[in-house]
Ligand binder design. Structure first.
Ligand code: ADP
Ligand code: GLC
Length: 487
C-alpha cells in the first residue's frame, strides 16, 4: 500500500451499476471514480444485496466477523466495481440483505421492519474499518445518508478510532428514525441517547447521530446547505445544523460523463453533440414511436423521470396536464413510488393516449432515451438537495424547467430576456410551489421553443457547461485533509 495516498472508505446503501434507486446511487459511483482519478485510494462498503453479489466482479472472502450475538457471523467480501478498478467491500449476511424487494422496502413498498439492524450493521462495519480492524486502514470514513449515519457515533465513543468521519447528507427528509429500544438492540452506548446525541423527540435518529458526531458534514449543493438551516427545509434538525455551520459545506454534485453523455450514450438511437444538435431529433422521433405518442414535430415533448414522492412536486403537474395538452405539448413520464400518484398519472395517460405517456417502474434504459428525446425536462420539486436530471438534461440539450430551490437554483440559469441576451440562460425557473406558476413557466418555455434561434442558444449554453466531478472531487479532498489535520 502506498502510504502517501489518501485512504478513504466510502460507505453507502447504493451505488450504480450494482444497485440504484435514485441520485445517491449515481453519486456513489461517480464521486469515487473522480477521487480515484485524483489519486485517492477510495474503496466502497455496501450491503450484500443479491444484485450486488451478482454484478460484482472478482469476489473473494476478506474476513469473517461476529457483529451481534444473535446474528449469523458476517463474511466481508471484496470485489471490483464492474468496468472499473474501485475495490468494493460487501457485507455478506443473507438473512439481512438477500430478499425479494428493494434495498429499503419490500415489494409492496413497505419499509423492511428490521432496517435499523440492516443499516446498523452497515454503519457498525464501517466503524470497525475506522478502528483499523481490517487490512485496509482508511484515514477517512465517508458516510452517505442515514443508512450509514451512526458510524460517527460509534467512532466518537470508541477508544480505538483511527479515522475521521465525513457525513454527507443527500436528503434531509429521510432520517432513519426508530423506537428508543433500538439503541440497545443495535448496541449503541446508552449514554449517547440524549438530546446532545442520538435522541430525536424520544426516538433514535440515525441522521442526527451523523450530524451530531461527524468531524465534517456536507450536503450536495451550496444552496441546500443554506436551506437546511431553516425550519422549512431542516426537517427538525435546522437548529443543530446551524450550530454545526462551522463544519457544514455544500458541495455541488457533478455528472459522470462516461454514463451520461449524448455523444457516447449506448442507449440512444442516434448519438449527437453540441456540434450536431440537429441529430437529437432522431431520438425524439424514436421516443415518440416507442411510447405511442402522436408524431407532431411542432409540439414540444416534455420529459420527467422521477421517484413519485411528495418531494418531486408531481402533485403540481397532475392538475395542469389538461391545460398543457391544450397549449400544445406532449409529456413522457417515467417513475414509480406513491400508488395514488401512479394511479392519477395512469388515468391521464388513458385520457390522452397520444399526448401523455406514463411508464410506471424503474427503467435505466428508458431514462436515457427520455433525456435524449425530450425537448424539455420537468423538475417542479418542493425541495431538491441537488438533483441530477437537470444537469443530465442540460448536457443533452434538453431544456430544464425547475423550481428555484436547493441545487436546482444552483445549476439552472433562468431564460430571462437579459440572460438570453447575455447567452447565459440554460432553462426556465419558477419560484413558488404552486400549479399556476408552474403552468405559466411551461407556457413561457413553449413560447421560446418556437423561436428556433433562441432555443438553440439555450441548448448550446447548457451543453457546453462544465458539470464534471473534477472541481467537486477536489473540494472533498480538501475537506478530507482538513479533517485529518484537525483534532
Ligand atoms: P433523487 O435522488 O432525489 O431521486 P436525482 O435527480 O438526484 O433525484 O437523481 C435521480 C436519479 O434516478 C437519476 O439518475 C434518474 O434518472 C434516476 N431515476 C429516477 N427514477 C427513475 C426511474 N423510474 N427509472 C430510471 N431511472 C430513474
Ligand atoms: C438525493 C436528493 C437529490 C440528490 C441525490 C444525490 O436523493 O433528493 O436531490 O441529487 O440525493 O446527491
Amino acid at each position: 500500500m502506498n502510504s502517501s495516498r489518501l485512504r478513504v472508505l466510502f460507505v453507502t446503501s447504493e451505488a450504480y451499476p450494482l444497485v440504484k434507486t435514485g441520485g445517491l446511487g449515481d453519486v456513489c459511483y461517480a464521486l469515487p471514480n473522480a477521487l480515484r482519478q485524483l489519486d485517492v485510494d477510495v474503496r466502497l462498503l455496501l450491503p450484500g444485496y443479491s444484485e450486488v453479489l451478482e454484478r460484482l466482479s472478482l469476489v473473494e472472502v476478506h474476513d469473517s466477523i461476529n457483529v451481534y450475538p444473535l446474528l449469523e457471523p458476517i463474511r466481508l467480501l471484496v470485489g471490483i466495481m464492474p468496468g472499473e478498478i474501485t475495490p468494493v467491500y460487501v457485507i455478506d449476511c443473507p438473512s439481512l440483505y438477500q430478499r425479494d424487494g428493494g434495498p429499503y422496502q419490500d415489494i409492496t413498498g413497505k419499509d423492511w421492519d428490521d432496517n435499523a439492524v440492516r443499516f446498523g450493521v452497515l454503519s457498525k462495519i464501517a466503524a470497525l474499518f475506522g478502528e483499523h480492524r481490517f487490512l485496509f486502514k482508511p484515514q477517512i470514513i465517508h458516510c452517505n445518508d442515514w443508512q450509514t449515519a451512526i458510524t460517527p457515533a460509534w467512532l466518537a465513543f470508541s477508544d480505538q478510532a483511527h479515522a475521521k468521519t465525513i457525513m454527507s447528507v443527500h436528503n434531509m427528509a429521510y432520517q432513519g428514525i426508530f423506537e428508543a429500544e433500538t439503541v440497545g438492540r443495535i448496541g449503541l452506548p446508552p449514554e449517547s441517547f440524549n438530546m446532545f446525541g442520538l435522541e430525536f423527540y424520544g426516538k433514535l435518529s440515525f441522521l442526527k447521530a451523523g450530524i451530531y458526531y461527524a468531524n465534517q458534514i456536507t450536503t450536495v449543493s451550496p444552496n441546500y446547505a443554506k436551506d437546511i438551516q431553516t425550519p422549512n427545509y431542516g426537517c427538525g434538525l435546522n437548529t443543530l445544523l446551524t450550530e454545526r455551520q462551522y463544519k457544514l459545506t455544500g458541495i455541488l454534485n457533478g455528472i459522470d460523463s462516461k454514463v451520461w453523455n449524448p455523444e457516447t450514450d449506448i442507449y440512444l438511437n442516434r448519438n449527437y453533440s453540441v456540434r450536431n444538435i440537429s441529430a437529437k431529433v432522431r431520438n425524439t422521433q424514436a421516443l415518440r414511436n416507442k411510447l405511442n405518442l402522436a408524431n407532431s414535430k411542432q409540439v414540444p415533448l416534455i420529459g420527467m423521470i422521477t421517484r413519485l414522492t411528495e418531494q418531486k412536486g408531481i402533485d403540481l403537474v397532475i392538475p395542469i396536464i389538461p391545460m398543457l395538452i391544450k397549449t400544445g405539448v406532449q409529456i413522457a413520464i417515467l417513475g414509480s413510488g406513491d400508488k395514488t400518484l401512479e394511479m392519477h398519472l395512469q388515468r391521464l395517460e388513458a385520457r390522452y393516449p397520444k399526448q401523455v405517456s406514463v411508464t410506471i417502474g424503474y427503467d435505466e434504459q428508458l431514462s436515457h432515451k427520455i433525456e435524449a428525446g425530450a425537448n424539455m425536462f420537468l423538475m417542479p420539486s418542493k425541495f431538491e438537495p441537488c438533483g441530477l436530471n437537470q444537469m443530465y438534461s442540460m448536457s443533452y440539450g434538453t431544456i430544464p424547467i425547475v423550481r428555484r430551490t436547493g441545487g436546482l437554483a444552483d445549476t439552472v440559469t433562468d431564460a430571462t430576456p437579459e440572460n438570453i441576451q447575455n447567452k447565459i440562460a440554460t432553462g426556465f425557473i419558477f419560484e413558488r410551489s404552486n400549479a399556476n406558476e408552474l403552468l405559466h413557466c411551461i407556457e413561457r418555455a413553449v413560447k421560446i421553443f418556437h423561436n428556433k434561434e433562441i432555443w438553440k442558444q439555450l441548448q448550446i449554453t447548457g451543453m457546453t457547461r462544465d458539470f464534471s466531478w473534477q472541481k467537486s472531487a477536489k473540494q472533498y479532498i480538501s475537506l478530507y485533509h482538513h479533517s485529518i489535520n484537525t483534532i
